[in-house]
Design a protein around this ligand. Sequence first.
Ligand SMILES: NC(=O)c1ccc[n+]([C@@H]2O[C@H](COP(=O)([O-])OP(=O)(O)OC[C@H]3O[C@@H](n4cnc5c(N)ncnc54)[C@H](O)[C@@H]3O)[C@@H](O)[C@H]2O)c1
Ligand SMILES: O=C(O)[C@H](O)COP(=O)(O)O
Length: 568
Amino acid sequence: MADVRAEVENPQEQTGPVKILITDRIAHEGVAFLREQLPDAQIDERPGLKPEQLKAIIGEYSALVVRSETQVTSDILTAAHNLRIVGRAGVGVDNIDTAAATRQGIIVVNSPTGNIMAAAEHTIAMLMALARHVPAADASMKANKWEKSRFLGIEVRNKTLGVIGLGKVGMAVARRAQGLEMQIIAFDPFVSTEQARKSNVTMLSLEDVLKQADFITLHTSLTSGPNGTRGLISEKELAMMKPGARLINCARGGLIDEEALLKALNEKHIAGAALDVFSQEPIRDNALLQQLIAHEHIIATPHLGASTEEAQVGVATDVAEQIVSVLSGGFPRAAVNAPLILPETLKILQPYMVLVEKMGRLYTQLQPEPLRKIELTYSGEIASYDLRPLQAALVKGLLESVSEAHVNMINAQVLAKEWGIEIVEQKSTTPAEFANQVTLRVSSESGSNTNKDDYVNVISGTVMHNEPRIVQVGPYWTEFVPEGPILFCRNIDQPGMIGLVGTVLGKAQVNIRHMDVGPSERKARSYELARPTESALMVISVDNPIPEWALDEVNQTGTIYGVKMVNL
Ligand SMILES: NC(=O)c1ccc[n+]([C@@H]2O[C@H](COP(=O)([O-])OP(=O)(O)OC[C@H]3O[C@@H](n4cnc5c(N)ncnc54)[C@H](O)[C@@H]3O)[C@@H](O)[C@H]2O)c1
Ligand SMILES: O=C(O)[C@H](O)COP(=O)(O)O
């Protein structure tokens, strides 16, 4: 593997054209972009698939494009053997099990900015519609009535708008509402008072926002867990709202306890609510939701926040571009579950990624025992870069031969954790032995490396002329290119050892490509005589695998021991 990007690859050697599946309706510009950029790909648009139908076919596809309707559950993902990327043509990824995707090394991308304006403008439309009863008045006219006095509204000017969640959409709504001469107060635990003040927004506690606002609008994402936003507006919060206030939700359905909302409306505690999103979408035969949207003081739209021509073209092309990039071995712009590395950085890191992966493979083959802790030390200029791809490459090298898992940059850390491997990094821009050097120090299951053959607790390498070189294995200094079949053995450091091995390999018709005999101390490299009792490491790269009998013969010499073949 030369590139972790390329490792987001097909683990089951798919044959035939790359296949892309689109299961929700997206703008045709996005589909056209995919067809234009990937002319050999098969692009299937199959909106409205049932979960079992999706599960039955997902295994054929390399990319999946969805909006908020398709539920990309862990169950679906378990059948997605070839899937490399899920593209969400929109913002919210709560319909995608991103944790399951991460475990499987599947990139999830979205379009974080493509529909902000659409959502903000829809919120303002809901605000005005609530204030002036526009939908009910329209329905009345269509019923051939003229109920002028029934639809007395309120002005929004000089009213207070409470924004809960002052992120991208929340802030866009605040700005637009300021244009309507509203006062803006907000609650968002992650936005500073100072930052908000610059935009003329007053940050308050949730309680104060609820108590002071004439209109409340929700703009947080939906999260679960003890500090999650699910049920953020429940009975207690509704009770805190100013009598006669109005509530707008163009964010996510689960943010409001819909039963409590119906109660608050029936009790006339609040004057109305405008909902674009629901806890179940589509609503179908959900009795509570049917009752809620039928309420005379509810305005409902079927999740239309992002449904503008502009936003749909924006999100569809945004996601299509990222799919093309990933399927072509590049990086996505807006990955929800992958670290972003600039292409320029990646180019520099690439030979080190090869090096580190080979170091991992070498360790696992020389020392096949469960690992516990790995210390990766980077020295030289390389230490100044974002080195996450190197960690991923290391995990890949270490686990590849012992695990079925498909390791890539997305899941490397999760997998390492699952295997109980702790990886710590040390960085120093001061060069060590070489201008740039990466050293791997390993503690295995036993913790103390007591095994008599356990000399491989350190592996160090560098890159020369863009080619990886291993420069240290355990206490031995060496220098070889980690590539292809390599014989490792140790010998008593005395004359005649190279000849012994050479004779056996000659007999076995094995051609030696490169040989290095490394003493256990650096000074011996300067051709000083080593003491005869010292050992050395022989690293012999060969053109073809060495037969078993020849390995046995080398092992039986008595002066050469620890004979092991590795394949890098
Ligand atoms: N209806 C639609 O079609 C539509 C369109 C676009 C976006 N959305 C939804 O709107 C929501 C906001 O989108 P965004 O792009 O602005 O997201 P964002 O991430 O930019 O903003 C979310 C904000 O919520 C804040 N937040 C988190 N937890 C909070 C809590 N407990 N209380 C208060 N604030 C909290 C965050 O700090 C953040 O500032 C998302 O749920 C998104 O899916 C809906
Ligand atoms: O999260 C989003 O982007 C919006 O909720 C839009 O969802 P949609 O693509 O299903 O309209």
